[in-house]
Design a protein around this ligand. Structure first.
Ligand code: DGL
Length: 275
């Protein structure tokens, strides 16, 4: 008997739940553990040095406690910056979530694309490189908004987004009538995809990274399962089960308000750690 592959999905806040949902749809027979660094939320406007240090520390603690087989950094803000240092420091395979600029460029007919992320993500060199590599012939309109991240957080706590505020945040994209495709370059935004579509002046193609990440993790899971089948046939009956656990770095009232939403993502148990 072999142990199920344990996948740790990590974000600053609740955004990674959109990735967790995509993983649950595609991948069967795994343990899925969610972790949010809510003590340091939001990441969107934090300095590079702070994020590299912080994400490294939080992941070190999580690896020790959870012992994941795969880590998904379900945060564009972190992934576009910290993946090289994480991969250099930890041996666990890491899958990052970066802006879906390549698929968006393939889908756009007008060659005008919106890039909706945090201020950190839209301004990163990594993101600029993706644009140069895959959307050089496109006009890319960048909107970096920390407020939209906050709106998504509140939405999961039961507060409906205000359509007028959404329209104001998105206005720079609508200014170009040619725009036909929008990249949701923050994992928080698929959580309010319906409201974003409802606030847009015309039908658009919205692209996020969830499905592509699920495919990548599935391939990794299959290669690890094959390895486990031949290499480590023993089952450790004492291993703690983490499936459906949501871990937070700060024990706040705001986390407790999330309980009903977490249940809908099959996260039934809360755990708190201090980093
Ligand atoms: N969900 C994250 C992202 O994809 C980060 C949001 C934040 O903490 O600012 O960028």
């Amino acid at each position: 008997m072999t142990l199920p592959i344990r996948i740790l999905v990590f974000d600053s806040g609740v955004g990674g739940l959109s990735v967790l949902a995509a993983l649950r749809l595609r991948i069967k027979g795994c343990e899925l553990v969610y972790a949010s660094d809510n003590a340091a939320f939001p990441y969107g406007a934090k300095s590079n040095d702070f994020l590299i240090e912080r994400v490294g520390c939080v992941l070190r603690e999580l690896i020790e406690r959870v012992q994941p087989d795969i880590i998904v950094v379900a945060c564009n803000t972190a992934s576009t910056l910290v993946l090289p240092s994480i991969r250099a420091n930890f041996t666990v395979p890491v899958v990052g979530v970066v802006p879906a600029i390549k698929p968006a460029a393939k889908l756009s007919h007008t060659r005008v694309i919106g890039l909706l992320g945090t201020p950190g993500t839209v301004n990163r060199d990594y993101t600029q490189q993706l644009i140069s590599d895959f959307a050089a012939d496109c006009d890319v309109i960048k909107v970096g908004s920390s407020r939209l991240v906050e709106i998504a957080e509140q939405c999961l706590r039961g507060a409906d987004p205000d359509p007028v505020e959404l329209r104001t945040i998105l206005a720079p994209m609508w200014a170009n009538e040619q725009l036909d495709t929008v990249v949701l370059a923050c994992t928080h935004f698929p959580l309010i995809a319906e409201q974003l579509a409802g606030a847009s002046p015309r039908p658009l193609t919205w692209v996020d990274s969830g499905e592509a990440i699920a495919r990548r993790v599935e391939a990794l899971q299959q290669s690890l399962t094959q390895r486990t089948d031949t290499d480590t046939p023993e089952c450790d009956a004492t291993r703690q089960v983490f499936n459906g656990v949501a871990i937070f770095t700060a024990d706040t009232e705001s986390v407790r308000c999330l309980r009903p939403a977490l249940q809908t993502f099959s996260c039934h148990t809360l755990m708190f750690i201090t980093v």
